[in-house]
Design a protein around this ligand. Structure first.
Ligand code: ATR
Length: 278
């Protein structure tokens, strides 16, 4: 079948990405004659790669590490949420106007909403970390209207800066590690946005699990490994858990929607990803 629209992914290194298999499966499942391809583009070639996409008139693309910040320079517009996050992972060609979005945080919140079946508005949430992933998650949670949100980070000043980035942040508190540790039994949801526990350092855990609130949900953005040591410990202490697969699928789902105007089959996207991870 001839592809009528082309979508891309810019990253470096790109070899392990599951986005092509996930998006192409969804295009064919929806009967859309579109094709998605991952391009391995080192930093020094990013500008030329984006110009090449523009010259070719491709319909949209995703952006991943290490280009999410740099790519903003080459776009015509960056939407409000992506500006607050300070990074773009999805670009849409709207009549030759190149618009950047960030679907990482939305994708994460979607997976959290699906897991809890709740609005999250009254949940007391602790976010561990204050890097790029935390910016996406905290911004999206605040857009979702979450009222009780605390951030803690090894480097306290970065957590303070993150709070300042988010509009209407009066409901966000910044805690030292010691303060947050003491407060642990008060949280309904604890989210690890740091890389602690990620392969190959799978023996590390980002947070204590011996004083969790009953029915606490421990959520790790990591999906390699699928179950981090932290999530395993949390489970053995009675907590419910959520890994990072839903965030990956969710960011892809919102990108797909922005490109096609069609909401994809989330369960199918999840199954495709799990077939390759499992
Ligand atoms: P990402 O884009 O994946 O979020 P990042 O922007 O480099 O990556 O942020 C990494 C986050 O993990 C930061 O919050 C970092 O804490 P610092 O701000 O103190 O550096 C946190 N992090 C990384 N390694 C850590 C470790 N060993 N212990 C605690 N926090 C760690």
């Amino acid at each position: 079948m001839r592809a009528e629209k082309l979508f891309g992914l810019l990253g470096y290194p790109i070899g392990h990405s599951l986005s092509p298999v996930m998006q192409n499966d969804q295009f064919s499942n929806q009967g859309l004659p579109f094709f998605y391809h991952a391009f391995n583009v080192p930093t020094e070639n990013l500008k030329e790669a984006v110009e090449g996409f523009k010259a070719l008139g491709i319909s949209g693309f995703n952006v991943t590490v290490p280009h999410k910040i740099e790519v903003m320079k080459y776009l015509d517009e960056v939407d409000e949420e992506a500006q607050i996050i300070g990074a773009v992972n999805t670009v849409v060609n709207q009549n030759d106007k190149w618009i950047g979005y960030n679907t990482d945080g939305r994708g994460y919140v979607e997976s959290l909403l699906n897991k809890t079946g709740d609005t999250l508005k009254d949940s007391n949430i602790l976010v561990i970390g204050a890097g790029g992933a935390a910016r996406a998650v905290v911004t999206a949670l605040s857009f979702e209207g979450v009222r009780h949100l605390a951030i803690t980070n090894r480097t306290y000043s970065k957590a303070e800066s993150l709070k300042e980035r988010v509009p209407h942040h009066s409901n966000i508190s910044v805690l030292t590690t010691e303060e947050a540790e003491k407060e642990t039994p008060a949280y309904d949801i604890i989210i690890n946005t740091t890389s602690v526990g990620m392969s190959p350092e799978t023996d590390k855990t980002p947070w204590r699990t011996d004083n969790l609130k009953e029915n606490c949900l421990c959520s790790d953005l990591i999906y390699n490994p699928l179950k981090t040591k932290w999530l395993a410990e949390a489970e053995s202490n009675g907590a419910d858990t959520l890994n990072g697969v839903g965030m990956f699928v969710g960011q892809g789902a919102f990108a797909f929607y922005k490109w096609t105007g069609v909401w994809p089959d989330l369960n199918r996207m999840n199954d495709v990803v799990m077939q390759h991870l499992g």
